[in-house]
Design a protein around this ligand. Structure first.
Ligand SMILES: Nc1nc2c(c(=O)[nH]1)N=C([C@H](O)[C@H](O)COP(=O)(O)OP(=O)(O)OP(=O)(O)O)CN2
Length: 152
């Protein structure tokens, strides 16, 4: 269950307010969904695709990472945004300025937005998942108009 803890220097006048908030939080059974965004630039081509995407071309991919949790730590966070960004940037760096079809696993599976979303989901799950916070969705924007979301 969530609890909103008072700061060490909080005035006692805050206690009834915190008490009410904590009761509402416990009753809501809600979840916190945090997100960070990173990007990378790379080239790819889609094998077996009939159309111009079969030709070598590039994108500036934008990746939105969502982490979901119910429980807050003593500071009042599910997980630090900084930890999420660090992990997401490290994963994106692996793909940045690469010809995706030449690097693992996209040398064996087409580097579609769907496969890229699953790749980030697995990589970031390994780095970020903990008992109270799990990577719950990855959205891959291939350009301003087309995106895919993989949701657990
Ligand atoms: N479900 C998917 N469909 C397509 C993917 C994909 O990863 N998953 N990828 C492509 C190509 O990579 C293509 O470059 C991107 O397609 P699109 O968003 O249509 O971009 P265009 O610049 O080609 O847009 P137009 O509006 O057609 O000019 C294709 N499909």
């Amino acid at each position: 269950m969530n609890t909103i803890a008072p700061q060490a220097d909080a005035s006692s006048a805050l206690e009834p307010i915190l008490d009410r908030l904590n009761k509402q939080l416990a009753a809501s059974n809600g979840q916190f969904c945090l997100s960070v965004t990173v990007d990378f630039a790379a080239a790819h081509q889609l094998h077996g695709y009939e159309g111009n995407c079969a030709r070598l071309h590039g994108h500036n991919w934008k990746i939105i990472v969502e982490v979901t949790g119910q429980k807050l730590d003593d500071v009042g966070m599910v997980i630090d945004f900084k930890a999420m960004k660090k992990a997401a940037r490290a994963a994106a760096k692996t793909l940045d300025h690469q010809f995706l079809n030449q690097i693992e696993p996209f040398d064996r599976i087409n580097p579609t937005a769907e496969h890229i979303a699953v790749w980030f989901f697995v990589e970031l799950g390994r780095m970020l998942n903990q008992p109270n916070a799990r990577v719950s969705a990855i959205t891959v924007w291939e350009n301003d108009y087309s995106a895919v979301t993989y949701r657990a």
